[in-house]
Design a protein around this ligand. Structure first.
Ligand code: ADP
Ligand code: MG
Ligand code: MG
Length: 252
């Protein structure tokens, strides 16, 4: 069974004051068909974990391993990671000027599958996914994320995920900045992907709200660059009531 396995991962970024260690020994195992929530305060390194898995050049892995299906993820280029089945929905999706949504999605699909999707089924699938995510058809011809609202960008991330069908998806604060309706639509998209494929999900969030829609099998509390506590869905409820204070004072 495919797994995403992270062992003792240490990651630094280069700052004006030299290298700063942000991830300080992360351990996580995610199997197919599992949803893991990573919850933690701002600045605890959640996005750094997401970027490190995706292969962002700014984040230097100084120790530890990350494997997908037993293959060394850290040795792979960004493209190879995507082809291996890893998908990242970014907290702050970037604009891609000059590239339309349609062309972007088709290129990404072609790059990942190694062949262009059959036009007729692809168009059908794209239209169906856009409709399900309540994305207006006019978006297909617009440049990726250019002038999109925060919520529209998040829908695009989930649209990509639904069409690319990754083995593992890292969703970095896909809930942030969404109103209740958008949160529901986006969550339904994630749940469709869970139902239709074996995708394993790493759901990074600051708030418990999205977990009412997307049910996690496991919850990891992330503090100061590592997993401070893990448990089942009940842990999210405790965080809802108690906040992160308990964990923060424990590390201070
Ligand atoms: P989170 O997503 O949990 O809010 P981040 O991973 O974004 O946390 O950030 C963790 C810490 O690392 C923060 O203190 C942040 O300022 C710092 N950091 C992240 N990326 C960089 C960077 N490129 N340069 C300098 N500091 C960074
Ligand atoms: Mg973040
Ligand atoms: Mg499934």
């Amino acid at each position: 069974m495919p797994t995403l396995s992270i062992r003792d991962l240490h990651v630094s970024v280069e700052t004006d004051q030299g290298a700063k260690e942000i991830l300080k020994g992360v351990n996580l195992d995610i199997n197919s068909n599992e949803t893991h929530a990573v919850m933690g305060p701002n600045g605890s390194g959640k996005s750094t974990l997401a970027y490190s898995l995706a292969g962002h050049p700014k984040y230097e892995v100084t120790a530890g391993t990350a494997e997908l299906d037993g293959e060394d993820l850290l040795e792979m280029s960004v493209d190879e990671r995507a082809r291996a089945g890893l998908f990242l929905a970014m907290q702050y999706p970037v604009e891609v000027p000059g590239v339309t949504v349609t062309n972007f999605l088709r290129s990404a699909k072609t790059a990942i599958d190694g062949e262009a999707p059959k036009l007729r089924t692809w168009t059908k699938e794209l239209n169906a996914a856009m409709e399900a995510l309540r994305v207006d058809p006019s978006f297909a011809a617009r440049n990726v994320n250019e002038g999109f609202s925060g919520g529209e960008k998040k829908r695009q991330e989930i649209l990509q995920m639904e069409l690319l069908k990754p083995k593992f998806a890292v969703l970095d604060e896909t809930d942030s900045g969404l109103d209740v309706d958008a949160l529901r639509v986006v969550s339904e998209g994630v749940n469709r992907a869970k139902q239709n494929t074996d995708v394993g999900i790493l759901l990074i969030t600051h708030y418990t709200r999205i977990l009412q829609y997307i049910k996690p099998d496991h919850v990891h509390v992330f503090v100061d660059g590592r997993v401070a506590e893990e448990g089942g869905p009940e842990l999210a409820e405790r965080l809802e009531n108690e906040g992160y204070d308990r964990f923060l004072s424990a590390t201070a």
